[in-house]
Ligand binder design. Structure first.
Ligand code: A2P
Length: 334
């Protein structure tokens, strides 16, 4: 049986990971749950069994086969190489290893073939990147993307427990505990800052969308610009995408490609006000696309709206799919 450790099991993504693992085809496996020192000794349930949380060093000593990390970049930077050194496959949800040329950045529907037997650190892309490339990849294969302009509407759950606590306090009219997740209220607000600002005046999140998209699509020449906004939404992330192609675009072909791609659901019936919303995406593993229309101001250009549960396909689901791939390829014992 593979031994799977969840590092960061008590966090927003970690808890979703347990739900996704429970629903997955990975069975049987030995489960190890790890969190920070403050949680060590606490119990968590999975499939009717109680598990005692252990520290990350103890988890390493148990020599797991797969370690799914959702405990922040600093933990990943320090510990992923230690797990990799004992031939444990690390699937890392942080941004720590994504742009490392030796680490594949994987969305299984697109590029699982980039994983080689000796790639012990595999990066899970940023949640906003995953849902965007899921929607655009089938169109890229057919029409070849020239340029993307994307604006995101991102759930506060993507910032972890600290953001959920800030939102809940503000909703109750209380002053949130310090440190807060955001420099402004998130309840009844929109904050055009996801992560820190960089020297080029973009945020780190905006540049993740730029760099990660090029790496996953293996398209270094692709032009892309983004604006990432945090919104008071619990359910999932949304994106407004304007995308231009090098080849002539045909709307019926676009709809057929979007309808027939694994992991994608086309929900687009304007007459009946049917289109994806983050609330409708909540709890689902798929990425939803709607409002598909030609940009009347520019040739071979589309506008579309994409939603997904950021904790699922944007994090846990994608990571569990990678784990499943490693087992199916027999890179890990089953
Ligand atoms: P804990 O709950 O004990 O702090 P989120 O981003 O949703 O807040 O979740 C972060 C997750 O990462 C939590 O499960 C947290 O555990 C865990 N974590 C933080 N630091 C470490 C660490 N050094 N080792 C293991 N888990 C960690």
């Amino acid at each position: 049986m593979p031994k799977i450790v969840i590092v960061g099991a008590t966090g927003m993504v970690g808890q979703e990971m347990l739900k996704v693992l429970d629903e997955s085809g990975i069975n049987p496996f030995d489960l190890i749950l790890s969190a920070s020192e403050k949680s060590v000794g606490k119990m968590m349930d999975f499939r009717g069994k109680s598990y005692k949380l252990i520290g990350i060093k103890e988890a390493l000593d148990l020599k797991p086969d797969i370690a799914i990390f959702s405990a922040g970049g600093a933990t990943s930077l320090e510990y992923a190489p230690l797990f990799a050194a004992i031939s444990c496959f690390v699937i890392d949800n942080s941004s720590a290893w994504r742009m490392d040329p030796n680490c594949p950045l994987v969305v299984p529907e697109i590029n699982s073939d980039s994983i080689q037997r000796d790639h012990y650190i595999i990066a899970n892309p940023n949640c906003s990147t995953i849902q965007m490339v899921m929607a655009l990849y089938p169109l890229h294969k057919e029409f070849e993307i020239d340029r993307i302009v994307v604006s995101t509407y991102q759930s506060f759950t993507g910032t972890g427990m600290i953001a959920v606590r800030q939102y809940e306090s503000e909703k109750l009219g209380k002053i949130p505990d310090e440190p807060k997740a955001y420099p402004h209220p998130i309840f009844e607000n929109c904050i055009p800052q996801c992560d820190v600002f960089l020297d080029n005046l973009y945020t780190k999140e905006e540049m993740k969308l730029v760099h990660e998209t090029k790496k996953i699509l293996n398209a270094p020449q692709l032009r892309i610009t983004s604006t990432a906004v945090r919104v008071p939404v619990h359910g999932g992330h949304s994106e407004s995408i304007n995308v231009s192609f090098k080849k002539q675009v045909d709307l019926s072909k676009v709809n057929s490609l979007l309808s027939n791609s694994s992991g994608l659901v086309l929900l687009d019936n304007p007459q009946k006000s049917q289109y994806p919303t983050p609330l409708q995406a909540k709890g689902r593993n798929e990425v939803f696309v709607g409002r598909v229309r030609l940009d009347e101001s520019q040739e071979n250009t589309l506008n579309l709206w994409v939603t997904a549960d950021n904790l699922r396909k944007g994090a846990a689901t994608n990571a569990v799919q990678i784990a499943d791939y490693l087992i199916k390829k027999s890179y890990v014992k089953s």
